[in-house]
Design a binder for this molecule. Structure first.
Ligand code: SER
Length: 316
């Protein structure tokens, strides 16, 4: 067990709910303070209700627990964010400014900031390099690009040790995403194990970068535990797991569930997906702190189906 106290903001979300458990296994149950704007139905471990737009409330929690690290996971994602652009900007930026200032003023040692493939836009063709031009098409992407630059600024100006990953679409069985463009790749497994037809909001050949939740957790903690001198990118690291299209994930599912059926009804999210790269070059992360994903599409499919069958009690 390590002498850290970790604050997770947005602990009820798709990433937060899994990350909190992962961090508790590593650091100890009493060393992780989970917070979210909503109380969970069954809180386990330390939980505090927190509206992250309220800087004073955030500072109170940081002082109460002598927090040494903050993982800031609260944000409105790409698709939902387009419904109310200014509110999305406000929530995504205000919460992050609060984290930056509360961390700086209270001597918090490290901050994790999740960025996204949504920072890339039309000036990247198929493969996004670490230093590709960033011209995001969504407010979510604009806010993540700004957040990356503010991270770099706080590191350079104040020495705040902020570390960040550009997550691809994250796929896991434990939790559901909400409001993203890559969400289909989680929903599809739920429909498949329940023998339902899946209606896909993207076209069959829309290839996007994705990552399995176990790899995402491993990358996150590996980055946060790396010696500071290894961290050479202070905006955000490109991170890749795998890339696939709806027709490819459907084919992978059919290896286990041959009757699985998918229909395509593209909606406004198609344009968002089209603005993103198909692949991510993460060689800088591999070189600097030893990143290497463990899951392929088929390996992920096998685990997703097995775990969701257990969840839905479909095991014979
Ligand atoms: N998964 C996110 C989304 O689709 C991308 O970061 O919005």
């Amino acid at each position: 067990m390590k002498a850290e106290c970790i604050l997770v903001i947005g602990a009820n979300g798709q990433i937060g709910s899994v990350l909190v458990e992962y961090l508790r296994e590593i650091y100890g149950l009493g060393k992780v303070v989970a917070t979210d704007i909503r109380m969970p139905d069954y809180p386990s471990g330390i939980f505090e209700q927190l509206d992250a737009t309220d800087a004073r409330a955030m500072a109170d929690i940081v002082r109460k627990y002598s927090v040494t690290q903050i993982y800031h996971l609260a944000a409105i994602l790409s698709a939902k964010g387009e419904q109310d652009p200014l509110r999305t900007w406000h929530i995504n930026m205000q919460t992050y400014f609060n984290v930056l200032e509360v961390a700086r003023e209270n001597g918090v040692g490290k901050v994790f900031y999740p960025s996204s493939i949504a920072v890339f836009g039309d000036h990247v063709d198929d493969i996004a390099e670490q230093w590709s031009y960033l011209d995001p098409a969504t407010v979510y992407g604009i806010s993540k690009t700004a957040g990356e630059n503010w991270s770099n600024y706080y590191f350079k100006r104040y020495g705040l040790d902020i570390r960040s990953l550009r997550y691809p679409g994250i796929i896991g069985y434990q939790s559901m995403p909400g409001g993203g463009t890559t969400d289909y790749a989680v929903d599809i497994y739920h429909k498949a194990v329940n023998n339902e037809v899946f209606e896909c909001f993207l076209k069959p050949d829309t290839t996007l970068p994705m990552i399995y939740i176990s790899d995402a957790m491993d990358a996150t903690v590996r980055l946060m535990e790396a010696p500071a001198e290894k961290i050479r990118v202070r905006t955000s690291y490109n991170l890749a797991g795998m890339s696939f299209s709806p027709e490819e994930i459907a084919a992978s599912i059919r290896k286990h569930l041959p009757d699985f059926s998918i229909q395509y009804k593209p909606d406004f999210r198609q344009a968002i997906a089209d603005s993103w790269p198909k692949e991510i070059d993460d060689s800088q992360a591999r070189k600097d702190w030893g990143w290497r994903p463990a899951y392929s599409l088929d390996k992920m499919t096998e685990e997703m189906i097995a775990e969701l069958r257990k969840k839905y009690d479909l095991v014979n």
